[in-house]
Design a binder for this molecule. Sequence first.
Ligand code: KE4
Length: 427
Amino acid sequence: MSRPQSEALFAQALQCIPGGVNSPVRAFRAVGGTPFFVERAKGARVWDVDGNAYVDYVGTWGPAILGHAPPAILQAVCRAAERGTSFGIPHPAEVAMARRVCAAVPSVQKVRLCNSGTEACMAAIRLARGFTRRDTILKFDGCYHGHADSLLVKAGSGALTLGHPDSAGVPADFARHTRVLPFNDPDALDATFAACGDTLAAVILELVPANAGLYLPQPGYLEHLRQLTRAHGTLLIADEVMTGFRLGFGGAQHRLSLEPDLTCFGKIIGGGLPVGAFGGRADIMDCLAPLGPVYQAGTLSGNPLAVAAGLATLDQLEDGNAYARLETLGAQLEDGIKDAARAAGVPVQFQRIGSMFCAYFAAHPVRRLADALTSNRQQFAAFFHGMLAEGIYLAPSPFEAGFLSTAHTPHDIETTIQAAARVLKRL
Ligand code: KE4
Protein backbone atom coordinates (compact mmCIF):
# COMPACT_ATOMS: atom_id res chain seq x y z
CA MET A 1 0.00 0.00 0.00
CA SER A 2 1.82 3.15 -1.21
CA ARG A 3 1.30 6.52 0.43
CA PRO A 4 3.36 9.09 -1.55
CA GLN A 5 0.99 11.98 -0.80
CA SER A 6 1.11 11.25 2.92
CA GLU A 7 4.89 11.05 2.81
CA ALA A 8 5.09 14.42 1.05
CA LEU A 9 2.64 16.03 3.48
CA PHE A 10 4.54 14.64 6.46
CA ALA A 11 7.78 16.14 5.09
CA GLN A 12 5.99 19.50 4.83
CA ALA A 13 4.44 19.13 8.27
CA LEU A 14 7.84 18.47 9.83
CA GLN A 15 8.97 21.90 8.61
CA CYS A 16 6.33 23.78 10.56
CA ILE A 17 4.77 21.51 13.20
CA PRO A 18 6.91 19.91 15.95
CA GLY A 19 7.21 16.22 15.04
CA GLY A 20 4.83 16.91 12.15
CA VAL A 21 1.79 16.36 14.38
CA ASN A 22 -0.49 18.35 16.62
CA SER A 23 -0.61 15.57 19.19
CA PRO A 24 2.35 13.25 19.79
CA VAL A 25 0.57 9.89 19.70
CA ARG A 26 -0.39 10.51 16.04
CA ALA A 27 3.27 10.41 14.98
CA PHE A 28 3.58 6.60 14.75
CA ARG A 29 6.71 6.86 16.97
CA ALA A 30 5.69 3.71 18.87
CA VAL A 31 5.29 1.62 15.72
CA GLY A 32 7.77 3.21 13.34
CA GLY A 33 7.15 4.58 9.89
CA THR A 34 5.30 7.77 9.13
CA PRO A 35 1.63 8.54 9.70
CA PHE A 36 -0.86 8.57 6.86
CA PHE A 37 -2.77 11.80 6.30
CA VAL A 38 -6.53 11.50 6.28
CA GLU A 39 -8.54 12.92 3.39
CA ARG A 40 -12.01 12.11 4.78
CA ALA A 41 -13.87 9.84 7.15
CA LYS A 42 -17.35 8.33 6.99
CA GLY A 43 -18.95 5.62 9.08
CA ALA A 44 -16.39 3.03 10.19
CA ARG A 45 -13.84 4.09 7.56
CA VAL A 46 -11.19 6.69 6.94
CA TRP A 47 -9.52 7.36 3.58
CA ASP A 48 -5.98 8.67 3.30
CA VAL A 49 -4.82 11.30 0.81
CA ASP A 50 -3.53 8.50 -1.42
CA GLY A 51 -6.98 6.99 -1.70
CA ASN A 52 -6.38 4.02 0.62
CA ALA A 53 -9.34 3.03 2.78
CA TYR A 54 -9.06 1.70 6.33
CA VAL A 55 -11.56 0.23 8.77
CA ASP A 56 -10.98 2.59 11.67
CA TYR A 57 -10.65 1.25 15.23
CA VAL A 58 -9.26 4.50 16.68
CA GLY A 59 -12.39 6.57 16.13
CA THR A 60 -10.51 9.85 16.72
CA TRP A 61 -9.47 8.34 20.12
CA GLY A 62 -13.01 7.76 21.33
CA PRO A 63 -15.46 10.49 20.23
CA ALA A 64 -16.66 8.67 17.09
CA ILE A 65 -18.92 6.17 18.89
CA LEU A 66 -21.48 6.57 16.09
CA GLY A 67 -18.80 6.35 13.40
CA HIS A 68 -17.52 9.31 11.42
CA ALA A 69 -19.75 12.12 10.12
CA PRO A 70 -23.12 10.62 11.11
CA PRO A 71 -25.89 12.52 9.29
CA ALA A 72 -27.61 13.51 12.55
CA ILE A 73 -24.44 15.21 13.83
CA LEU A 74 -23.72 16.96 10.53
CA GLN A 75 -27.25 18.30 10.45
CA ALA A 76 -27.12 19.47 14.08
CA VAL A 77 -23.80 21.26 13.59
CA CYS A 78 -24.92 22.97 10.36
CA ARG A 79 -28.16 24.16 11.96
CA ALA A 80 -26.28 25.47 15.00
CA ALA A 81 -23.66 27.20 12.83
CA GLU A 82 -26.34 29.13 10.98
CA ARG A 83 -27.30 30.73 14.31
CA GLY A 84 -23.72 31.61 15.17
CA THR A 85 -20.49 29.71 15.85
CA SER A 86 -19.67 31.12 19.28
CA PHE A 87 -21.42 33.49 21.66
CA GLY A 88 -19.57 33.83 24.95
CA ILE A 89 -23.09 34.38 26.25
CA PRO A 90 -25.28 31.78 28.01
CA HIS A 91 -27.43 29.90 25.46
CA PRO A 92 -30.20 27.26 25.76
CA ALA A 93 -28.24 24.33 24.32
CA GLU A 94 -25.59 24.45 27.03
CA VAL A 95 -28.33 24.20 29.65
CA ALA A 96 -29.79 21.26 27.73
CA MET A 97 -26.38 19.55 27.73
CA ALA A 98 -25.88 20.13 31.46
CA ARG A 99 -29.32 18.71 32.20
CA ARG A 100 -28.63 15.65 29.99
CA VAL A 101 -25.35 14.89 31.76
CA CYS A 102 -26.91 15.32 35.22
CA ALA A 103 -29.84 13.09 34.26
CA ALA A 104 -27.56 10.40 32.83
CA VAL A 105 -25.01 10.34 35.66
CA PRO A 106 -26.65 10.48 39.13
CA SER A 107 -23.41 11.41 40.94
CA VAL A 108 -23.32 14.62 38.86
CA GLN A 109 -25.59 17.19 40.47
CA LYS A 110 -23.96 20.14 38.68
CA VAL A 111 -21.61 20.25 35.71
CA ARG A 112 -19.48 22.82 33.92
CA LEU A 113 -18.54 22.57 30.26
CA CYS A 114 -15.04 23.34 29.00
CA ASN A 115 -13.00 22.57 25.89
CA SER A 116 -10.96 19.42 26.45
CA GLY A 117 -10.44 16.49 28.75
CA THR A 118 -7.22 18.10 29.93
CA GLU A 119 -9.09 21.21 31.03
CA ALA A 120 -11.74 19.11 32.75
CA CYS A 121 -9.20 17.09 34.78
CA MET A 122 -7.06 20.13 35.56
CA ALA A 123 -10.10 22.03 36.83
CA ALA A 124 -11.38 19.06 38.84
CA ILE A 125 -8.03 18.80 40.62
CA ARG A 126 -8.01 22.55 41.39
CA LEU A 127 -11.60 22.31 42.64
CA ALA A 128 -10.76 19.35 44.89
CA ARG A 129 -7.77 21.21 46.31
CA GLY A 130 -9.89 24.33 46.89
CA PHE A 131 -12.73 22.40 48.48
CA THR A 132 -10.56 20.29 50.82
CA ARG A 133 -7.85 22.93 51.36
CA ARG A 134 -5.33 20.13 50.83
CA ASP A 135 -2.57 20.12 48.18
CA THR A 136 -1.59 16.50 47.58
CA ILE A 137 -3.29 14.35 44.94
CA LEU A 138 -2.95 10.66 44.18
CA LYS A 139 -2.98 9.17 40.68
CA PHE A 140 -1.99 5.78 39.25
CA ASP A 141 0.95 5.04 36.98
CA GLY A 142 -0.06 4.60 33.36
CA CYS A 143 -3.28 6.55 33.81
CA TYR A 144 -3.48 9.63 31.61
CA HIS A 145 -5.57 12.66 32.54
CA GLY A 146 -4.40 15.14 29.92
CA HIS A 147 -1.30 17.30 29.96
CA ALA A 148 -1.82 19.62 32.94
CA ASP A 149 1.42 19.94 34.92
CA SER A 150 0.32 18.18 38.10
CA LEU A 151 -1.01 15.21 36.14
CA LEU A 152 1.99 14.63 33.87
CA VAL A 153 3.56 12.40 36.50
CA LYS A 154 4.04 8.78 35.43
CA ALA A 155 1.32 9.45 32.85
CA GLY A 156 0.09 7.09 30.16
CA SER A 157 -0.94 7.54 26.52
CA GLY A 158 1.50 9.53 24.41
CA ALA A 159 3.65 10.43 27.43
CA LEU A 160 4.23 6.75 28.12
CA THR A 161 4.56 5.86 24.42
CA LEU A 162 7.31 8.41 23.98
CA GLY A 163 9.05 7.49 27.22
CA HIS A 164 8.29 10.79 28.95
CA PRO A 165 5.76 9.75 31.61
CA ASP A 166 7.30 12.50 33.73
CA SER A 167 7.38 15.38 31.26
CA ALA A 168 10.19 17.93 31.12
CA GLY A 169 9.06 21.40 32.08
CA VAL A 170 7.03 20.34 35.12
CA PRO A 171 8.66 21.98 38.17
CA ALA A 172 9.63 19.52 40.90
CA ASP A 173 7.58 21.71 43.23
CA PHE A 174 4.45 20.78 41.26
CA ALA A 175 5.23 17.09 40.90
CA ARG A 176 5.92 16.66 44.61
CA HIS A 177 2.24 17.24 45.30
CA THR A 178 1.34 14.29 43.08
CA ARG A 179 1.71 10.83 44.56
CA VAL A 180 1.62 7.85 42.22
CA LEU A 181 0.71 4.23 42.95
CA PRO A 182 0.40 1.09 40.86
CA PHE A 183 -3.22 0.32 39.91
CA ASN A 184 -4.93 -2.81 41.26
CA ASP A 185 -2.68 -2.87 44.36
CA PRO A 186 -4.90 -2.62 47.47
CA ASP A 187 -1.94 -3.01 49.85
CA ALA A 188 -0.28 0.04 48.33
CA LEU A 189 -3.54 1.95 48.82
CA ASP A 190 -3.76 0.90 52.48
CA ALA A 191 -0.16 1.90 53.15
CA THR A 192 -0.52 5.28 51.46
CA PHE A 193 -3.78 6.19 53.17
CA ALA A 194 -2.40 5.05 56.53
CA ALA A 195 0.64 7.25 56.01
CA CYS A 196 -0.95 10.38 54.52
CA GLY A 197 -4.63 9.83 53.77
CA ASP A 198 -5.67 12.94 55.69
CA THR A 199 -3.42 15.10 53.49
CA LEU A 200 -4.87 13.87 50.19
CA ALA A 201 -7.16 16.34 48.43
CA ALA A 202 -8.22 13.82 45.81
CA VAL A 203 -7.59 10.56 44.06
CA ILE A 204 -8.04 10.81 40.30
CA LEU A 205 -8.27 7.68 38.18
CA GLU A 206 -9.60 6.11 35.05
CA LEU A 207 -12.04 3.53 36.43
CA VAL A 208 -10.95 1.36 33.47
CA PRO A 209 -7.37 2.41 32.69
CA ALA A 210 -7.11 2.69 28.89
CA ASN A 211 -3.99 4.77 28.37
CA ALA A 212 -1.50 1.96 28.82
CA GLY A 213 -3.45 -0.40 26.63
CA LEU A 214 -6.55 -1.46 28.55
CA TYR A 215 -6.88 -3.32 31.82
CA LEU A 216 -9.75 -3.79 34.25
CA PRO A 217 -10.09 -3.09 37.97
CA GLN A 218 -9.82 -6.31 39.95
CA PRO A 219 -12.92 -7.31 41.96
CA GLY A 220 -13.31 -5.14 45.05
CA TYR A 221 -10.50 -2.74 44.19
CA LEU A 222 -12.63 0.30 43.35
CA GLU A 223 -14.94 -0.31 46.31
CA HIS A 224 -11.89 -0.48 48.60
CA LEU A 225 -10.57 2.78 47.17
CA ARG A 226 -13.95 4.44 47.68
CA GLN A 227 -14.05 3.31 51.34
CA LEU A 228 -10.56 4.69 51.98
CA THR A 229 -11.31 8.05 50.34
CA ARG A 230 -14.53 8.47 52.31
CA ALA A 231 -12.75 7.56 55.58
CA HIS A 232 -10.07 10.20 54.99
CA GLY A 233 -12.14 13.06 53.55
CA THR A 234 -10.38 12.62 50.19
CA LEU A 235 -12.43 13.34 47.07
CA LEU A 236 -12.68 10.64 44.43
CA ILE A 237 -12.44 11.98 40.88
CA ALA A 238 -13.46 9.58 38.12
CA ASP A 239 -11.81 10.53 34.84
CA GLU A 240 -14.47 9.40 32.37
CA VAL A 241 -13.19 11.48 29.49
CA MET A 242 -12.87 8.22 27.55
CA THR A 243 -15.44 5.96 29.27
CA GLY A 244 -18.19 8.53 29.76
CA PHE A 245 -21.18 7.58 27.55
CA ARG A 246 -18.84 4.96 26.01
CA LEU A 247 -19.33 2.06 28.45
CA GLY A 248 -23.06 2.77 28.78
CA PHE A 249 -25.16 5.91 29.05
CA GLY A 250 -24.13 6.23 32.69
CA GLY A 251 -20.49 5.54 31.91
CA ALA A 252 -18.03 3.30 33.74
CA GLN A 253 -19.25 4.45 37.17
CA HIS A 254 -22.72 3.06 36.44
CA ARG A 255 -21.33 -0.16 34.96
CA LEU A 256 -19.00 -0.63 37.94
CA SER A 257 -21.44 0.67 40.60
CA LEU A 258 -19.16 3.37 41.92
CA GLU A 259 -20.21 6.85 43.12
CA PRO A 260 -17.36 9.36 42.72
CA ASP A 261 -17.45 12.89 44.11
CA LEU A 262 -16.43 14.47 40.80
CA THR A 263 -16.38 13.14 37.23
CA CYS A 264 -14.52 14.41 34.16
CA PHE A 265 -15.96 14.05 30.68
CA GLY A 266 -14.88 14.79 27.11
CA LYS A 267 -14.78 13.15 23.67
CA ILE A 268 -18.25 11.63 23.12
CA ILE A 269 -20.18 14.58 24.64
CA GLY A 270 -18.71 16.76 21.91
CA GLY A 271 -19.52 14.40 19.04
CA GLY A 272 -16.04 14.98 17.66
CA LEU A 273 -15.89 18.75 18.32
CA PRO A 274 -13.67 20.21 21.07
CA VAL A 275 -15.30 19.61 24.45
CA GLY A 276 -14.70 18.75 28.07
CA ALA A 277 -16.83 18.82 31.20
CA PHE A 278 -16.48 18.21 34.90
CA GLY A 279 -19.26 17.77 37.42
CA GLY A 280 -20.32 16.18 40.67
CA ARG A 281 -21.61 17.01 44.13
CA ALA A 282 -23.30 20.43 44.19
CA ASP A 283 -21.56 21.41 47.45
CA ILE A 284 -18.22 20.93 45.71
CA MET A 285 -19.20 22.43 42.34
CA ASP A 286 -20.58 25.56 44.05
CA CYS A 287 -17.03 26.40 45.11
CA LEU A 288 -16.43 27.43 41.49
CA ALA A 289 -16.40 31.07 40.40
CA PRO A 290 -18.56 33.08 40.18
CA LEU A 291 -20.16 31.46 43.27
CA GLY A 292 -17.03 30.42 45.12
CA PRO A 293 -13.28 30.99 45.34
CA VAL A 294 -12.03 28.37 42.83
CA TYR A 295 -11.46 30.03 39.49
CA GLN A 296 -12.07 28.27 36.18
CA ALA A 297 -13.08 29.82 32.84
CA GLY A 298 -13.04 29.44 29.05
CA THR A 299 -13.83 31.60 26.03
CA LEU A 300 -15.31 28.71 24.10
CA SER A 301 -16.74 26.75 27.03
CA GLY A 302 -20.23 25.52 26.06
CA ASN A 303 -19.52 26.31 22.43
CA PRO A 304 -22.80 25.98 20.53
CA LEU A 305 -21.39 23.80 17.73
CA ALA A 306 -19.71 21.35 20.10
CA VAL A 307 -22.82 21.21 22.27
CA ALA A 308 -25.05 20.63 19.22
CA ALA A 309 -22.82 17.75 18.08
CA GLY A 310 -22.78 16.34 21.61
CA LEU A 311 -26.54 16.53 22.08
CA ALA A 312 -27.10 14.86 18.71
CA THR A 313 -24.74 12.08 19.80
CA LEU A 314 -26.48 11.55 23.14
CA ASP A 315 -29.84 11.47 21.34
CA GLN A 316 -28.61 8.45 19.36
CA LEU A 317 -27.15 6.70 22.40
CA GLU A 318 -29.86 7.21 24.99
CA ASP A 319 -32.21 4.38 24.04
CA GLY A 320 -29.50 1.84 24.82
CA ASN A 321 -29.72 -0.08 21.55
CA ALA A 322 -26.32 1.33 20.54
CA TYR A 323 -24.62 -0.27 23.54
CA ALA A 324 -26.19 -3.65 22.85
CA ARG A 325 -24.89 -3.44 19.27
CA LEU A 326 -21.45 -2.39 20.46
CA GLU A 327 -21.33 -5.31 22.90
CA THR A 328 -22.23 -7.80 20.15
CA LEU A 329 -19.57 -6.40 17.81
CA GLY A 330 -17.01 -6.37 20.63
CA ALA A 331 -17.65 -10.00 21.52
CA GLN A 332 -17.35 -11.01 17.86
CA LEU A 333 -14.03 -9.19 17.54
CA GLU A 334 -12.70 -10.63 20.81
CA ASP A 335 -13.61 -14.21 19.95
CA GLY A 336 -12.17 -13.90 16.45
CA ILE A 337 -8.85 -12.33 17.45
CA LYS A 338 -8.35 -14.81 20.27
CA ASP A 339 -9.02 -17.72 17.88
CA ALA A 340 -6.64 -16.24 15.29
CA ALA A 341 -3.84 -15.76 17.85
CA ARG A 342 -4.33 -19.29 19.17
CA ALA A 343 -4.21 -20.73 15.62
CA ALA A 344 -1.03 -18.75 14.86
CA GLY A 345 0.58 -19.78 18.15
CA VAL A 346 1.20 -16.12 19.08
CA PRO A 347 0.63 -15.17 22.74
CA VAL A 348 -1.90 -12.32 22.70
CA GLN A 349 -3.87 -10.95 25.65
CA PHE A 350 -6.96 -9.43 24.03
CA GLN A 351 -8.58 -7.37 26.80
CA ARG A 352 -11.99 -5.72 26.35
CA ILE A 353 -14.87 -4.03 28.07
CA GLY A 354 -17.82 -3.09 25.89
CA SER A 355 -16.56 -1.30 22.79
CA MET A 356 -13.06 -0.61 24.17
CA PHE A 357 -10.27 -3.12 23.69
CA CYS A 358 -6.56 -3.70 23.29
CA ALA A 359 -4.24 -6.52 22.25
CA TYR A 360 -1.09 -7.00 24.33
CA PHE A 361 1.51 -9.32 22.86
CA ALA A 362 2.04 -11.09 26.16
CA ALA A 363 1.59 -14.56 27.59
CA HIS A 364 -0.17 -13.45 30.80
CA PRO A 365 -3.11 -11.17 31.62
CA VAL A 366 -2.27 -7.48 32.07
CA ARG A 367 -3.60 -5.93 35.27
CA ARG A 368 -1.37 -2.88 35.73
CA LEU A 369 1.25 -0.79 33.96
CA ALA A 370 4.16 -3.01 35.03
CA ASP A 371 2.50 -5.96 33.27
CA ALA A 372 1.81 -3.86 30.16
CA LEU A 373 5.45 -2.82 29.95
CA THR A 374 6.52 -6.45 29.62
CA SER A 375 4.43 -6.92 26.45
CA ASN A 376 6.29 -7.41 23.18
CA ARG A 377 6.32 -4.00 21.49
CA GLN A 378 8.17 -5.20 18.41
CA GLN A 379 5.47 -7.77 17.73
CA PHE A 380 2.84 -5.09 18.29
CA ALA A 381 4.54 -2.80 15.77
CA ALA A 382 4.74 -5.59 13.18
CA PHE A 383 1.08 -6.45 13.81
CA PHE A 384 0.08 -2.79 13.50
CA HIS A 385 1.77 -2.37 10.14
CA GLY A 386 0.59 -5.72 8.86
CA MET A 387 -2.99 -4.76 9.69
CA LEU A 388 -2.54 -1.30 8.17
CA ALA A 389 -1.40 -2.94 4.92
CA GLU A 390 -4.59 -5.01 5.08
CA GLY A 391 -6.67 -1.82 5.37
CA ILE A 392 -7.24 -1.99 9.12
CA TYR A 393 -6.24 1.04 11.23
CA LEU A 394 -5.48 0.23 14.86
CA ALA A 395 -4.17 2.66 17.48
CA PRO A 396 -0.49 3.29 16.59
CA SER A 397 0.76 2.39 20.07
CA PRO A 398 0.61 -0.65 22.38
CA PHE A 399 -0.31 1.82 25.12
CA GLU A 400 -3.63 2.92 23.68
CA ALA A 401 -7.09 1.41 23.45
CA GLY A 402 -9.14 0.58 20.36
CA PHE A 403 -12.74 1.63 19.87
CA LEU A 404 -15.72 0.17 18.06
CA SER A 405 -18.58 2.28 16.74
CA THR A 406 -22.19 1.60 15.82
CA ALA A 407 -21.09 2.15 12.21
CA HIS A 408 -18.96 -1.02 12.26
CA THR A 409 -20.70 -4.07 10.83
CA PRO A 410 -20.32 -7.79 11.52
CA HIS A 411 -18.76 -7.99 8.05
CA ASP A 412 -16.16 -5.36 9.02
CA ILE A 413 -15.33 -7.44 12.07
CA GLU A 414 -15.05 -10.64 10.05
CA THR A 415 -12.77 -8.88 7.54
CA THR A 416 -10.64 -7.67 10.46
CA ILE A 417 -10.41 -11.14 11.97
CA GLN A 418 -9.37 -12.71 8.67
CA ALA A 419 -6.72 -10.01 8.20
CA ALA A 420 -5.45 -10.61 11.73
CA ALA A 421 -5.21 -14.35 11.07
CA ARG A 422 -2.99 -13.69 8.03
CA VAL A 423 -0.83 -11.12 9.82
CA LEU A 424 -0.41 -13.12 13.02
CA LYS A 425 0.75 -16.15 11.03
CA ARG A 426 3.55 -14.03 9.55
CA LEU A 427 4.83 -12.73 12.92
P1 KE4 B 1 -7.91 15.77 25.83
O1 KE4 B 1 -7.27 16.95 26.50
O2 KE4 B 1 -6.98 15.08 24.86
O3 KE4 B 1 -9.29 16.09 25.23
O4 KE4 B 1 -8.27 14.69 26.98
C1 KE4 B 1 -7.23 14.24 27.83
C2 KE4 B 1 -7.62 12.90 28.42
C3 KE4 B 1 -8.07 12.86 29.73
N1 KE4 B 1 -8.44 11.69 30.30
C4 KE4 B 1 -8.39 10.54 29.60
C5 KE4 B 1 -8.81 9.25 30.27
C6 KE4 B 1 -7.95 10.52 28.26
O5 KE4 B 1 -7.89 9.35 27.58
C7 KE4 B 1 -7.56 11.73 27.65
C8 KE4 B 1 -7.04 11.79 26.23
N2 KE4 B 1 -6.94 10.55 25.55
C9 KE4 B 1 -5.87 10.49 24.56
C10 KE4 B 1 -5.88 9.08 23.95
N3 KE4 B 1 -5.50 8.08 24.91
C11 KE4 B 1 -6.01 11.55 23.52
C12 KE4 B 1 -5.20 11.34 22.27
C13 KE4 B 1 -4.12 12.36 22.14
O6 KE4 B 1 -3.51 12.77 23.15
O7 KE4 B 1 -3.89 12.77 20.98
